[in-house]
Design a protein around this ligand. Structure first.
Ligand SMILES: Nc1ncnc2c1ncn2[C@@H]1O[C@H](COP(=O)(O)OP(=O)(O)OP(=O)(O)O)[C@@H](O)[C@H]1O
Ligand SMILES: [Mg+2]
Length: 307
């Protein structure tokens, strides 16, 4: 559904995205994660045919975003970062206007349908200027859905919403994602974890990771950092661990927790346990540390900085 090859965009001398290559399959919900300025919005604007790339190619719903930009726009729904809404129009008038721009048949019926879908029924005759941020976000979503697009591109769809509305919009996206291909950007890692089949992490215009949320977590934790907890002085117990082969980067905490690294594929648990017990420490806990998606994200974007 989305095929991206070597996509690059320069704003003057600033390279915003740099040789992005990825695919999104039909029916997939893909999360696009990255810090501020990573290039998410830039990529999305290219994929929705609002702006051409400097180099590279993007095929969306079977059409090239440069060669066949109109065909792409017909098949793609876009919720931009800042939704350009008209405060002096009612929800109905705005959506009808957008439907007419797209030359949709039975525009009024279709407007009623999308308004129902996004749960705006009661506010259909309200002026957009009087709506809350969350309601406006829904108008934006309704607009993106009008023409029954095969692909939806949502730039931070839950930003600025209250927690209840976040849940509602996520449920809506999940529902929409059952039939369509969805690409959404977010800074909220738990959101990606809840919604997405796969995540792309982008930093400084380059993809630094691409996997399922679960695999990312596995891959980066990899059992390489371990936690032990002893009764008593962790500082002292940590001295014992210094003598165990392979154990590195030992950190002791006042609550009796000790964390350490060990080389991949080398299980040091038995030796660590033995060493501690032989030296008179009660071993209360010994387990691999799972990195949270936040930690993975920081790790990935940090290592890129050093490179
Ligand atoms: N119209 C523009 N003119 C010049 N530079 C731009 C323009 N739009 C974006 N940039 C630059 O391109 C880079 C990528 O920006 P982009 O908006 O794509 O990032 P983003 O990942 O969407 O960030 P955020 O999370 O803050 O929305 C940034 O360095 C930004 O300053
Ligand atoms: Mg952005």
């Amino acid at each position: 559904m989305i095929r991206v090859q070597g996509l690059t965009k320069d704003y003057g001398s600033r390279r915003a995205i740099d040789g992005l290559t990825f695919d999104v399959e039909q029916g997939e919900i893909i999360g696009f994660l990255g810090p501020n300025g990573a290039g998410k919005t830039t990529t999305m604007r290219i994929l929705t045919a609002y702006m051409p790339p400097t180099e590279g190619q993007a095929i969306v719903a079977g059409y090239d975003v440069v060669e066949d930009s109109l065909e792409v726009r017909r098949r793609v729904g876009y919720l931009p970062e800042t939704v350009p809404l008209y405060p002096d129009m009612t929800v109905f008038d705005y959506l009808k206007f957008m439907a007419d721009l797209r030359h949709l048949p039975n525009a009024e019926e279709r407007v009623d349908e999308v308004v129902e879908m996004v749960g705006l029924g009661e506010r259909i005759n309200s002026y957009i200027g009087t709506l809350s941020k969350g309601m406006r976000q829904r108008v934006g979503l309704a607009q993106a859905l009008l023409h029954r697009p095969q692909v939806l591109i949502l730039d931070e769809p839950t930003i600025g919403l209250d927690p209840a509305q976040v849940v509602e919009v996520r449920n809506l996206i999940r529902e929409i994602g059952k039939e369509r291909t969805v690409m959404l950007s977010t800074h909220i890692l738990s959101e990606a974890q809840q919604l997405c089949d796969r995540v792309l992490i982008i930093n400084k215009g380059k993809i630094v990771a691409e996997d399922t949320p679960a695999n990312l977590q596995l891959r980066l934790s990899g059992g390489e950092r371990m936690l032990v907890r002893v009764r008593g002085e962790a500082e002292e117990a940590a001295q014992v661990l210094h003598k165990v082969k392979g154990v590195q980067a030992i950190q002791a905490f006042p609550d009796g927790r000790i964390e350490f690294n060990f080389p991949p594929g080398q299980d040091v648990r038995a030796e660590v346990a033995r060493a501690l017990v032989q030296n008179g420490y009660d071993l209360l806990e010994l387990r691999p540390l799972q990195m949270s998606l936040e930690e993975i994200f920081l790790e990935l974007t940090r290592s890129e900085e050093q490179a």
